[in-house]
Write a protein of this length. Structure first.
Length: 280
């Protein structure tokens, strides 16, 4: 839980699941709410979903490294929030590249990463890959991240329809990810999205958004408190086939006084998974 200077409370929960097909969960999630009042005032809270790729535990290593480095540097570095997020993403990217060079068994690993930083009554986005960030305001669900995928780029350029993209065999081809290519250009918001009581922010890997329609994501996230919504959406992804690791975070914005009056929704802290094997 985080109370911002704007007098709102952010109540959040996260969950990750291996799914029904994969034997290894290569996703990592993090939800950091500082106990130190000075740190909370200076930086607020941070939520992150990273979807690793590479197989043989390499994807798990990449996503865990990204989660650990980004959340540490977000609180350690000086500068504006966009500057700090940009530096943290670049540092994570370089660390993953260097780790893969040092350990040949990790060659080819990489990870998506989508971050929301909550500070001063606003949400700041940093993103690379095809994990997603949404804002649900009223009855309207809006994706605020842009998919770094081949088909999403084609849709934006008008050379493919959304229906064609949804059924394309190239659907999972990612153009950018941390550690996957030499040079990256992550999406870093220059301004925070102002938050209002009743807003719901959603982070998820493609194991959720590829399995559960946006309409169902919106219906569940608007109806249930964060932890119950996470559990219900994971169940929906599994019922749809559970073809990939499924990870998400849901964050509800409430007035501070409303939170004090209302029963607190169940939340669960998620530790960043530290995989076995070589460390950076």
């Amino acid at each position: 839980m985080l109370e911002s200077p704007a007098g709102i409370q952010i109540i959040g929960a996260m969950r990750t699941d291996v799914g029904k097909v994969r034997t290894l969960n290569e996703d990592s999630v993090a939800w950091v709410t500082p106990h130190d009042e000075d740190v909370a005032r200076r930086r607020g809270s941070l939520a992150l979903v990273a979807d690793g790729m590479g197989g043989h535990a390499a994807g798990e290593v990449a996503s865990a490294m990204a989660a650990d480095i980004i959340r540490r540097l977000y609180y350690d570095l000086d500068g504006t929030i966009p500057q700090v997020l940009s530096q943290a993403f670049i540092a994570a990217h370089r660390a993953i590249l260097e780790h893969a060079e040092r350990y040949p068994e990790c060659k080819g690993m990489g990870t998506t990463c989508t971050v929301l930083a909550f500070h001063g009554g606003a949400a700041w986005l940093a993103h690379i890959g095809d994990s997603r960030a949404y804002i649900l305001r009223g009855h309207t669900l809006t994706q605020i991240s842009l998919d770094d995928s081949l088909v999403a780029k084609a849709v934006r350029e008008g050379t493919m329809t959304q229906d064609e993209a949804d059924h394309s065999p190239m659907h999972n081809v990612i153009l950018q990810a941390l550690g996957a290519i030499p040079h990256i250009k992550p999406m870093i918001s220059s301004h925070g999205v102002p938050l209002h009581p009743g807003d719901v922010l959603i982070l998820c890997s493609d194991g959720i958004c590829n399995m559960v329609p946006d309409g169902k994501i919106a219906e569940i996230a608007s109806r249930l408190p964060p932890q119950e919504a996470c559990d219900t959406l994971i169940d929906a992804a599994l019922e749809a086939g559970g073809l990939d690791n499924a990870s998400l975070g849901i964050f509800s914005v409430m007035e501070a006084e409303e939170h004090k009056r209302a029963p607190q929704p169940s939340t669960r802290r998620i530790k960043i998974p530290i995989p076995p094997g070589p460390r950076p």
